[in-house]
Design a protein around this ligand. Structure first.
Ligand SMILES: [Zn+2]
Length: 136
C-alpha cells in the first residue's frame, strides 16, 4: 500500500458519499465485501477487488447515545443517537441516527422495537459528508 493509494481510497470514499453513494470493495478471490474500501480484502488479504455500490438499506440492531461530540464537526448535533446497523449486504457499520433524540430515555424507548429497518442518509457537515442513518 502506498500513501497515494490510501489517499485515493479516502478521497474516493468521501466523493462518493457526497453524492449519496456508499461504495465498498468486493474481493475478486473470496467475494467478501469491505466497507469502507481498503487496499486489500479484510477477509483474505487479496488486492484484487471491484467496486460495489451498497444499497444503504439496513437493520438497526442497537442504539446508544453520544452526549458529547467526539469531533468539533459534531458539536452542532450533540447529543445525538448513535446507530449500530447491519447493512443488507452483511456489513456492520455505525453512525449517527437521525430523527431520534440523543437522550437516554428516547433511545431506551427504541429497545423493545428493535430490530428496525433503517436507510443510510448523508449528513453534509461544514467540512465532510458523514454517513448517518434514519429509521425507514
Ligand atoms: Zn477476499
Amino acid at each position: 500500500m502506498t500513501t497515494t493509494e490510501t489517499t485515493s481510497l479516502v478521497r474516493d470514499y468521501y466523493e462518493a458519499l457526497a453524492e449519496g453513494r456508499l461504495v465498498a470493495h468486493r474481493c475478486a478471490d473470496c467475494q467478501a465485501i469491505t466497507f469502507p474500501a481498503t487496499t486489500c480484502c479484510e477477509a483474505c488479504g487479496s488486492f484484487d477487488s471491484t467496486d460495489l455500490e451498497l444499497s444503504g438499506r439496513g437493520t438497526l440492531l442497537f442504539a446508544s447515545h453520544n452526549l458529547a461530540a467526539c469531533h468539533p464537526r459534531f458539536v452542532p448535533y450533540a447529543p445525538y443517537a448513535y446507530a449500530h446497523v447491519i447493512l443488507e449486504e452483511g456489513i456492520t457499520v455505525q453512525g449517527m441516527l437521525q430523527g431520534v433524540d440523543g437522550t437516554p430515555d428516547a433511545i431506551a424507548e427504541l429497545y423493545p422495537r428493535l430490530p428496525l429497518p433503517v436507510l443510510a442518509e448523508v449528513l453534509h457537515t461544514d467540512d465532510l459528508p458523514v454517513l448517518t442513518f434514519r429509521l425507514a
